[in-house]
Design a protein around this ligand. Structure first.
Ligand SMILES: [Mn+2]
Length: 366
């Protein structure tokens, strides 16, 4: 049997006020080809289907459309677990009904893990879960998250017969490398689990971290659907597992707009823009402060410019005005201070008069 492992779609996400719907649709269209070419039987989606618990209308429509296409047209079965970004209850609405169609959704852990058997494979889908929930379900107290997970895996191993065992989880396994968009990964360590927890399991399909990576040959993160930050410049992938031979390989997913950071002088950045007409671009200028006019000018030359900042501005233009000042200072003093911070000069008499005219008789200091 052929299995496709993916995770972290984050449908509905936006980045610098830019929606990713088209990018996600473009990536998911490639799944169509991969499923046909690789003759996939089962698709595993390891959490964070949506970016927020209250998913947008567009995000829900896209998920609905993709599930319908996979199950009805491509004739695959799909197993979904909730991630920390998903609402477990919303995600698993009508799950018992959908099961009859080949869509298996696991939102909440409510009972000790039982296999979902398809062909010769026992799947153990574990939705994102807290230690206390595992304690309640298994009716045992656990000191650490790792201990709770070890207990669950011992229970899985005790059910081993002649089938392959594949575990799906949305978790942070020790030794994995994180990237900027893993913003809710618990780097503090309380939710870390060791890879040893999974010993003896034939394959562990992980979600949570957005960088595609293998912890060991049979414990892998597929990585997110698309790059969601400028630090994600390497290819996103899906993992293909042949459960008969246990051959495993990855297939790259091409982004609609690759992420590019240009950190250089204004002239050097301008000289490079022509090569990045289709890329999401982050510009950091080394030699020039930024303003709205410059942003508009660069946007004309770079259609997918998402962020513009300046190194220079950060060192030269120290803002001295504090939030508390806004309450204690009069309007004229605030404008004066702003001019000092940004333009290094005082208001001219003419400008002061304009300000007074604009404010009328309200402008009283003291
Ligand atoms: Mn995620």
């Amino acid at each position: 049997m052929k299995i496709l492992h993916t995770s972290d779609w984050h449908l509905g996400i936006d980045f610098h006020h830019h929606a990713f719907g088209e990018d996600q649709r473009y990536a998911l269209q490639q799944y169509d080809q991969i499923i046909k070419q690789e003759q996939i039987d089962v698709v595993l989606i390891c959490g964070d289907i949506y970016d927020t618990t209250l998913a947008s209308k567009e995000a829900i429509q896209l998920f609905d459309e993709v599930m319908h296409h996979m199950i009805k047209d491509l004739k695959v079965k799909v197993i979904v677990i909730a991630g920390n970004h998903d609402s477990p209850t919303r995600l698993s609405v009508m799950k018992d009904l959908l099961k009859t169609q080949g869509l298996y959704i696991y939102g909440v852990l409510t009972e000790p893990l039982q296999p979902l058997t398809i062909d010769q494979v026992d799947f153990y889908p574990i939705p994102f879960v807290h230690k206390d929930t595992i304690s309640a379900v298994y009716q045992k107290p656990f000191k650490t998250y790792e201990q709770a997970f070890m207990n669950m895996m011992d229970h899985v191993r005790s059910q081993k017969q002649h089938h392959r065992q594949i575990v799906m989880a949305h978790a942070f396994v020790n030794g994995a490398s994180v990237c900027e968009s893993d913003r809710f990964a618990h780097i503090g360590g309380a939710d870390l689990i060791s890879k040893d927890v999974f010993h003896g399991i034939d394959y562990v399909a992980l979600g949570h971290l957005h960088r595609p990576q293998q912890i060991s040959d049979h414990i892998r993160y597929s990585g997110s659907l698309c790059p969601y930050t400028f630090s994600e410049t390497t290819n996103k992938t899906v993992v293909i597992i042949d459960s008969d031979t246990m051959d495993i390989h990855t297939v790259p997913i091409k982004p609609l707009h690759p992420m590019v950071t240009l950190h250089d002088s204004y002239d050097a950045v301008c000289a490079q823009l022509f090569n990045h007409q289709n890329d999401y671009v982050k510009i950091i200028l080394k030699d020039q402060s930024i303003n709205f006019e410059l942003l508009e000018l660069l946007k004309e030359r770079c259609p997918y410019l998402l962020t513009l900042s300046s190194d220079k501005q950060e060192c030269e233009e120290a803002v001295t005005l504090q939030a508390n000042d806004l309450e204690s200072l009069c309007d004229e003093a605030i404008v004066q201070q702003f001019f000092q911070d940004y333009f290094h000069r005082e208001l001219s008499d003419e400008e002061t008069n304009w300000l007074k005219e604009a404010k009328g008789s309200e402008l009283v200091c003291g």
